[in-house]
Design a protein around this ligand. Structure first.
Ligand SMILES: [Zn+2]
Length: 202
C-alpha cells in the first residue's frame, strides 16, 4: 500500500501508556508496514513500551509524553518512517486528552521514492561498519564521517551494501537528542509567556 501525502493514522494512550484505541485506517497501514504483528487486536491494551526496544528512543519518547502530560501543551515533532524504497517525512502530534490520556497522530508530510536499500533492523552486529542508526531521522553513523543519510553512508563505504546497514544498532543521534526536546521546550516557553501576558493583563 502506498500512503498519500497528508494521510494520517492515530491512536490514543491511557494514563499508563497502554494503547487504548487506534484509528479505523490503522489496519491497512499496519499490514503494509509490519504485517500481522501490529494489527489492532495485537496492539490494543499493550504498553507502548513493549514496541520500543531501544533505550534512547524510549527515553526521548518518555520525555515527550511527560512534557505533554505535565504542561498540557501539545508537541509536534518531525520524524522519518522510511521503507526500503521510500523516504517518508512524517510529523507526530502528541496531544493531551484528559486524565493523563494522550492522543498521538502521525501524518505523512511528503515522500520520495528511492532505489531499494537494506534498512537497519536494530540488531547490533560485531562486524558492522555502521555503529548506529537514529530511530528518529533514520540517518546512520559512520565512525569517521558522522551521521549521514542511508544512501550516502552506504556509498561512502565501498566495502558495504545495504546488508551492512541492516546491522546498525538503533539509537538517537545527537542532533535529534537536542532538536526534538527543544521543540516542546519552545512550546513550554510559549505557554509560560502566554501565562505571563495573561497575568500582566489583569
Ligand atoms: Zn536523528
Amino acid at each position: 500500500m502506498s500512503i498519500k501525502n497528508g494521510a494520517s493514522i492515530s491512536y490514543t494512550l491511557d494514563a499508563y501508556d497502554r494503547i487504548e484505541s487506534v484509528s479505523s485506517n490503522w489496519l491497512p497501514f499496519a499490514m503494509a508496514n509490519a504485517g500481522s504483528r501490529l494489527t489492532p487486536i495485537s496492539v490494543i491494551g499493550k504498553s507502548l513500551w513493549s514496541f520500543i526496544s531501544d533505550g534512547e528512543t524510549a527515553s526521548l519518547s518518555r520525555k515527550i509524553l511527560n512534557s505533554v502530560r505535565t504542561s498540557s501543551v501539545s508537541v509536534i515533532a518531525p520524524f522519518r518512517c522510511d521503507s526500503p524504497t521510500t523516504r517518508r517525512f512524517m510529523e507526530m502530534s502528541v496531544q493531551p486528552v484528559s486524565a493523563g490520556r494522550i492522543a498521538i497522530r502521525t501524518r505523512m508530510l511528503r515522500h520520495e521514492d528511492r532505489s531499494h536499500v537494506g534498512l537497519p533492523d536494530g540488531t547490533p552486529h560485531a562486524s558492522a561498519s555502521f555503529s548506529k542508526v537514529c530511530s528518529w531521522c533514520k540517518r546512520l553513523e559512520l565512525a569517521d564521517r558522522g551521521w549521514l543519510e542511508i544512501e550516502a553512508a552506504i556509498s561512502s563505504t565501498n566495502s558495504l551494501n545495504g546488508a551492512g546497514a541492516s546491522q546498525a544498532e538503533h539509537g538517537i543521534c545527537p542532533e535529534c537528542k537536542t532538536l526534538v526536546p527543544s521543540l516542546f521546550h519552545a512550546d513550554d516557553r510559549a505557554a509560560e509567556k502566554l501565562a505571563d501576558t495573561d497575568a500582566s493583563g489583569m
